[in-house]
Write a protein that binds this ligand. Structure first.
Ligand SMILES: NC(=O)c1ccc[n+]([C@@H]2O[C@H](COP(=O)([O-])OP(=O)(O)OC[C@H]3O[C@@H](n4cnc5c(N)ncnc54)[C@H](OP(=O)(O)O)[C@@H]3O)[C@@H](O)[C@H]2O)c1
Length: 235
């Protein structure tokens, strides 16, 4: 699957990692790049086609699918996060429900709605923007991490379901990235453009998983060790 000449649709493409995915697709020679976003008013980015899409709203997804019937690469990027204290935080249930609606159910809805469009293409792909916290326990991000673990599991199931129609499903895992989402975080961060580029490179080389920074590579390596990072977080 090549990005050159592909028709790419990115959810949450008005800013952050999504905008980087959209811009990078254009830079790599995509034939068309649809930039999905909740509010299209005022969005003006040369080469990108703004399309109204709220992943919590099935009607808006259906309208986007009807308008963008030529998509060959879907990037499920739209997401939100909330910060808490730990797994005993009284707000966990409500917070998890709110985040699930976007990060998990939103991704499921968008995947299912675009699947027939992708099936109509000779080869197609979906990139799901997950996180290092799909695997890693990060106490103040408990609710968010649960949604990314769910989205990771769905990614693996969707990959099986879409194999027969020749749609590759790629999971992207990454630690902190320099966007509005991490504005209050004073730790090393990847650049959105690098994350998008690495993801497309993996897709183009036939890979199914992107580990976009050194921390994520290192954490993933502990999973099959005798001291997995989720059991021994200090290791
Ligand atoms: N930044 C990080 O450190 C990091 C690390 C790992 C994974 N991620 C993941 O990367 C993705 C993008 O995050 P980001 O860092 O770029 O965050 P961001 O700068 O806050 O951007 C989030 C994007 O998602 C959109 N969005 C939120 N709710 C939506 C909905 N219901 N329907 C459609 N779009 C919606 C936002 O649109 P509005 O402008 O309308 O709010 C915005 O375009 C998320 O899935 C996030 O979990 C981020």
């Amino acid at each position: 699957m090549k990005i050159k000449d592909a028709v790419v649709f990115v959810t949450g493409a008005n800013r952050g990692i999504g905008l980087a995915f959209a811009r990078e697709a254009l830079a790599m020679g995509a034939a068309k790049v649809y930039a999905g976003m909740r509010k299209v008013d005022g969005f003006a980015e040369p080469g990108l086609i703004p399309v109204q899409l709220d992943v919590t709203d099935a009607d808006s997804i259906a309208a986007a699918v009807a308008r963008c019937g030529d998509v060959s690469v879907l990037v499920n990027n739209a997401g939100i996060a909330e910060v808490g204290t730990d797994a005993l935080d009284a707000s966990i249930e409500a917070s998890t429900r709110r985040i699930m609606e976007v990060n998990y159910y939103g991704l499921v809805r968008t995947t299912q709605a675009f699947a027939p469009v992708l099936a109509a293409r000779g080869a197609s792909a979906i990139i799901n923007v997950l996180s290092i916290v799909s695997w890693k326990n990060s106490p103040f991000l408990t609710a968010y991490a649960v949604t990314k673990a769910a989205a990771w599991s769905y990614t693996n199931h969707a990959r099986l379901a879409l194999q027969a129609q020749n749609t590759a499903v790629v999971g992207l895992h990454v630690g902190f990235v320099d966007t509005d989402l991490t504005a209050g975080v004073d730790l090393p961060k990847s650049q959105p453009r690098d994350v998008a580029r690495r993801s497309y490179d993996v897709l183009e080389s036939g890979g199914l998983e992107v580990l976009a920074d050194e921390d994520t590579v290192a954490f993933k390596a502990t999973l099959s060790s005798d001291r997995p990072g989720y059991l021994y977080p200090e290791a």
